[in-house]
Design a protein around this ligand. Structure first.
Ligand code: RB5
Length: 144
């Protein structure tokens, strides 16, 4: 599985930990930046990751910013993206099982490396359940 990863300056340190965790667990990683703590704008990196997933270049994406909110708002502007802000492991399980989320958004300022690793474990362990959830997910379309 090929995973696109991106952040802003607030998330760049934890992004390194995420990339290491992914590689140790056998995932192919496409680190789309940034690569330093210089200030950047989170929509630029959210769009890179979202486009890679929407275009099928990567299977799923992981985004980090201070809260995780900015990257999730930005990624969800790309057609075909279901980006879920997951503050704990349970959110990650449900985002996959019920929402078929294809990008997980994480908070760098309000979580720890350990919490993020457990959250990612749950994310990758869970599959979309389909059924009634598929009907609902199919109704998620731009409305104007
Ligand atoms: C950057 O200071 C911060 O605004 C950003 O990381 C993020 O939290 C935005 O949603």
């Amino acid at each position: 599985m090929n995973i696109a990863v991106g952040s802003d300056h607030a998330g760049v340190e934890l992004k390194k930990a995420v990339v290491s965790w992914l590689e140790q667990n056998g995932y192919e990683v496409n680190d789309m930046g940034p690569y330093s703590e210089a200030s950047v704008d989170y929509p630029d990196y959210a769009r890179k990751v979202a486009n890679a997933v929407a275009e099928g270049i990567c299977d799923q994406g992981i985004l980090l910013c201070g809260t995780g909110i900015g990257v999730s708002i930005a990624a969800n502007k790309v057609k075909g993206i279901r980006a879920a802000l997951c503050c704990n492991p349970e959110f990650a399980t449900l985002a996959r099982q019920h929402n078929n989320a294809n990008i997980i958004c994480l908070s760098a300022r309000f979580s720890s490396k350990e919490l993020i690793e457990t959250t990612l474990q749950n994310w990758f362990a869970a599959d979309f359940e389909g059924g009634r959830h598929e009907l609902r997910v199919n109704k998620i379309e731009p409305c104007c």
